[in-house]
Ligand binder design. Sequence first.
Ligand code: CA2
Length: 150
Amino acid sequence: MSSKVLILNGPNLNMLGTREVEIYGKDTLADIEAKVRARADGTAMEIDFRQSNSEAELVDWIQQAQGIFDGIIINAGAYTHTSIAILDALNMVDLPIIEVHLSNIFRRESFRKESYIADAANGLITGFGGTGYLLALEAMSELTDTGTQI
Ligand code: CA2
């Protein structure tokens, strides 16, 4: 059986690779998407990879995920540290959720150390750059294969 994974990216992640490369790496979001697709290729996982700068659009996509997707991987960008609306939406869906960050949010400014999203997530991968998305995919394949939520 195949599983459909929704990968959501929040504000400013469309600008990856253009500046702050020492923090976020040289890869563009399109590079990361290509690596994720290459990794999913030949597996039973189908990827839907999206980015939005709008909190409302991210909430809409999460609300619509139930019944269509088998899991959500999310890098909510700066909304990670502010958005109760995204947290509520994630809590509403009964799907495995993995939070990803390119940078290690615990080694940065104190306002980045708190994640609202983490409260709804099965797990959090932070600080491995674009590789974090591949690690999340690996973890998601475990969660969706076994149907267990660790
Ligand atoms: O490390 C991550 O993945 C973050 O989610 C990235 C967010 C940041 O607000 C979070 O605290 C951690 C910011 C993404 C901004 O991306 C940029 C890309 C290019 C140039 C400047 C920012």
